[in-house]
Design a protein. Structure first.
Length: 242
């Protein structure tokens, strides 16, 4: 049996706010398989983004074990964590975080150059262009972010996150700044690319309709993670049996 891509055991995150200790994550036990799509729902401030921060190594768990892509994140220093992220993770932000002075092509190419040192400039360009074509932006490669709509900027962000063929994509409210139709297009592209590249997805969303499309839905509440009983995967399995 293959090892899960993500495995956490009694993971905790605590922070001090003056004299008050905040328990941000409380005994998180989680397993995610390779290529699995998992949605996390829950109220604002419940710890959803903090969980993604811990899984990416951008925040260190106070206690417990965090294994991602066969790496024990607690044993890696900051330089090793940076290398781990470059080799294994793609991150899709709510606010796009594109470099405003760079074209769509340059934004995507930069991510690839950082992740795969030594690759030729011609190959970087070819792969970046293909990534943009994969999200329907083949005619926008030379446009600056300011010349793109919000949906187009997020598609550039998706191309940037997926151009390195990451094992895990972390998506924090990727449709939060988009209208419903545009958001649906971005999510459709994200799921399609993840399936094609066998990339696992951890998706934070407040959209219940979107969460239902994941293989599993987890609920975060006051730093505690629990399984939502009704999931897309369960529904498919039930339908297959009938």
């Amino acid at each position: 049996m293959s090892q899960p891509l993500i495995k956490t055991t009694n993971a905790n995150l605590r922070m001090q706010n003056g004299d008050v200790e905040l328990h941000i994550l409380n005994d998180i036990n989680l397993q995610v398989d390779a290529a699995e799509v998992v949605a996390i729902v829950g109220p604002s401030g419940s710890g959803k983004t903090s969980l993604l921060m811990v899984l990416s190594g951008l925040e260190k768990a106070t206690s417990g074990n965090i294994f991602v892509a066969d790496q024990d994140l607690s044993q890696l220093n900051e330089d090793q964590l940076a290398i781990f992220r470059r080799k294994n993770l793609g991150i899709l932000f709510q606010n796009f975080h594109l470099i405003s002075s760079m074209s769509a092509l340059e934004n995507v190419a930069l991510a690839l150059e950082i992740a795969e040192t030594g690759i030729s400039r011609a190959k970087v360009r070819d792969r970046a262009i293909k990534a943009l074509k994969d999200v329907g932006l083949g005619e926008r490669v030379n446009h600056l972010p300011s010349a793109l709509s919000g949906g187009e900027q997020q598609r550039v962000g998706l191309a940037r996150a997926m151009v390195t063929k990451p094992r895990l994509l972390l998506a924090d409210e990727p449709t939060g700044n988009l209208d419903q139709d545009t958001g649906a297009l971005v999510i459709e592209l994200m799921f399609d690319l993840a399936r094609k590249q066998n990339t696992a997805v951890m998706l934070i969303t407040h959209d219940n309709a979107l969460a239902k499309r994941a293989d599993r839905t987890l609920i975060m509440d006051h730093g505690q993670l629990s399984q939502k009983k009704s999931t897309a995967k369960q529904a498919k399995q039930t339908k297959a049996k009938t």
